[in-house]
Design a protein around this ligand. Structure first.
Ligand code: SF4
Length: 357
């Protein structure tokens, strides 16, 4: 099946060179001017691509500049204090990304003498780098003919070839990768991929594509047949898990009690204590079992809902106080003033909690 539609698709696109030319001329005139477009430094491209996963371009711009000013190269990231790295990422979400980046930087220090590897096959072996990011880095920084396959290119090519394949499925993505690698051949890979990204972001948008201004409209079968509004087919199985917590803003005098997550979704970020329990009394008991301190919750604030990719947190926020005069040695460092707290890396979900105090 893959081979069949791939062959059919290729035979439909009669003039790949013209497609490439239209695209690159349009990109020269209308491509977005973004901070990471002024460099071919693989480290900078890598930082931008990881940040852009799950995050809007406008949000990324300032984070990208600040990150590179503070940690300008592989070595500085590999050597950086973990709290600093997470602080630079604070608010971007999906914190596993930055933890993996630091691991990959250390990997490059030990395996490549601090020099970014320049082939797709080596890059994709680095921690946290998948096919899309490896394609982007190898094409933009090193001129490798490797097409990027993401929501934008899947949508554009589904429409160009009028394909009904479900782009949520891995087998479809693999087939599209073959197609993209064909389309990129013989042209400037950096420009081709970035032009496709921009075409998807500004012209061939998910809803109401601007076909009138599309540089490849003459190649587009969906436009010819009026099916562009129906494509791509993207049927996901998105069952999210709902988790219900009691989350407590706990104070002792003028300090807040936060702990650093040692694992899980928000590993390495600081958080208010929360448990999947059904009542404030259960929270108080569980807290005592875990920390050996008595706590009293005295005010309910509200429920905060925070949506992750595969789960939804319902955080019922309470305010409470730690009433014990003495604190176990292990937890003496877990109390922070407001000033200290503002310097800690804290997830967006728990920042929302903090705002309720
Ligand atoms: S003609 Fe329209 S549907 Fe086709 S690729 Fe261009 S913007 Fe997308």
């Amino acid at each position: 099946m893959k081979k069949l539609w791939y062959t059919v698709a290729m035979s439909k696109l009669m003039n790949i060179q013209q497609f490439q030319t239209n695209l690159s001329q349009w990109y020269a005139a209308f491509g977005r001017d973004l901070p990471w477009r002024h460099t071919h430094d693989p480290y900078a491209i890598w930082v931008s691509e990881i940040m852009l996963q799950q995050t809007q371009v406008d949000t990324v711009k300032n984070y990208y500049i600040r990150f590179l000013e503070t940690l300008p190269d592989i070595r500085s990231l590999a050597d950086a204090d973990e709290d600093l790295v997470f602080k630079l990422w604070e608010g971007l979400g999906y914190y596993r990304r930055v933890r993996h980046m630091q691991e990959a930087a250390r990997q490059m220090m030990s395996d490549y003498n601090g020099i970014f590897p320049d082939t797709y096959d080596e890059i994709i072996k680095l921690k946290g780098i998948g096919a899309y990011t490896a394609s982007a880095i190898s094409s933009i920084a090193f001129g490798r003919e490797k097409g990027v396959v993401d929501g934008n290119t899947l949508r554009i090519l589904s429409r160009i070839y009028n394909l009904q394949d479900n782009i949520a499925q891995d087998k479809t993505k693999k087939a599209f990768q073959i197609l993209m690698d064909e389309l990129i051949r013989g042209t400037d890979p950096s420009i081709f991929n970035q032009a496709m990204m921009d075409l998807g972001a500004g012209i061939c948008t998910p809803r109401k594509p601007d076909c009138e201004h599309c540089p490849v409209q003459d190649f587009c079968e969906a436009r010819a047949t009026g099916t562009e509004g129906l494509l791509p087919v993207n049927i996901k199985n998105t069952s999210k898990t709902d988790l219900y917590y009691i989350t407590a803003i706990l104070k002792k005098e003028d300090k807040y009690f936060l702990v650093k997550n040692k694992e899980g979704l928000l590993e390495n970020l600081y958080a208010f204590v929360q448990y999947e329990v059904e009542s404030p009394v259960s929270f108080e008991e569980t807290f005592y079992e875990n920390y050996g301190m008595s706590v009293r919750l005295y005010e309910y604030c509200k429920e905060i809902k925070h949506v992750f990719s595969h789960r939804i947190w319902h955080m019922n926020v309470y305010i409470g106080e730690i009433s014990d005069t003495s604190v176990p040695l292990d937890y003496e460092d877990c109390f922070y003033t407001e000033d200290e707290l503002s310097e800690l890396p804290i997830s967006t979900a728990h920042r929302k909690v903090y705002a309720l105090r």
